[in-house]
Design a protein around this ligand. Structure first.
Ligand code: NAI
Length: 280
């Protein structure tokens, strides 16, 4: 008996890295998996079917069921076709994992419009383009559902040189919170992973390059994904799970107590009381 027997899952960008680990972990728990990947390089250039095909072969070699899809998440048509692949092949859809991603890093003053647009298109629009048709199908199916997005500390906490990526990942966080509210009445939970893992996306960053073999392996991210995808997490929604190796913790936006006065503040009064206003 697997935790996900009879369930059908889509994992975008699962031809490598964290997504591949997700697809394998879902299949090991009995889910039938759509392995979506355009198969380009880290910057989103190029395309190849081999990345998705290889992961389908891996799942089948383990006795699981999977189908490849090569659409880009970054168009509405692509998102619809990814959902259609799940429904045509396996007849239902229970789990959507929005994981596909690219990087085009530059500091703000060197950021070019195409770098901004490409990163926003894959991460932020891609998450919307897959979520809308998936949520519509899950709602009609009438048996709830699970949507798990992928955010980043780059967006939630900030990271030098990633204004495009950070904006997309913070946008995904806002999208996650709103969708969690809107889809609750249909029994669909919406959460986000905030991973830290050594993959092709991070391997040449100094911090990751200095890790020992196997440290921050992307496989550490997937148990949280499987938990969120399963009935064990039916009451968990709108949450952000930060996963760094075997350490799992939560991130959230907080509001302090602040300070209130009768009537309108002057800028000088704000300056006088700034420590109390900003204090936690
Ligand atoms: P990765 O580069 O190995 O995986 C991303 C996958 O998405 C690739 O297989 C790529 O071909 C695919 N992809 C790219 N554009 C696509 C598109 N338009 N349509 C379909 N597939 C597409 O990198 P990694 O690290 O596995 O990243 C997975 C997710 O985790 C990404 O959303 C990334 O931003 C996020 N993330 C990763 C962190 C890390 O430490 N590795 C940190 C924070 C977030």
């Amino acid at each position: 008996m697997g935790l996900l027997d009879g369930k059908v899952a889509i994992v975008t960008g699962s031809g490598g890295g964290i997504g591949r680990c997700h697809a394998l972990a879902l299949a090991k728990e009995g889910a039938k998996v759509v392995v979506n990947d355009v198969g380009g390089d880290r910057s989103g250039t190029g395309a190849a079917k081999s990345m998705a095909d290889k992961v389908v072969d891996e799942i089948e070699a383990l006795g699981g069921q999977a189908v490849a899809n090569y659409d880009s998440v970054s168009s509405m048509e692509g998102g619809k076709n990814i959902v259609k692949t799940a429904v045509d092949k396996f007849g239902r859809l229970d789990i959507l994992v929005n994981n596909a991603g690219i990087l085009r890093d530059k500091t703000l003053l060197k950021m070019e419009e195409n770098m901004w647009d490409a990163v926003i298109a894959v991460h932020l629009k891609g998450t919307f383009a897959c979520t809308q048709p998936a949520a519509a199908f899950m709602k009609d199916q009438g048996q709830g559902g699970r949507i798990i997005n992928t955010s980043s500390t780059s967006g939630l906490l900030g990271n030098f040189g990633q204004s495009n990526y950070g904006a997309a990942k913070a946008g995904i966080a806002g999208f996650t919170r709103v969708c969690a509210l809107e889809l609750a009445k249909s029994g669909i939970t919406v959460n986000a992973l905030v991973p830290v893992a050594k993959t092709r996306m991070t391997e040449d960053l100094p911090f990751f390059a200095n890790l020992t073999e196997g440290e921050l392996d992307p496989a550490h991210i997937s148990p949280v994904l499987v938990f969120l995808a399963s009935d064990l997490a039916k009451d968990v929604t709108g949450k952000f799970f930060l996963i760094r190796g075997p350490h799992i913790s939560m991130l959230e936006v907080k509001n302090n107590e602040g300070l209130k006065k009768d009537g309108m503040w002057t800028p000088q009064e704000i300056a006088r009381d700034i420590d109390k206003i900003m204090g936690w």
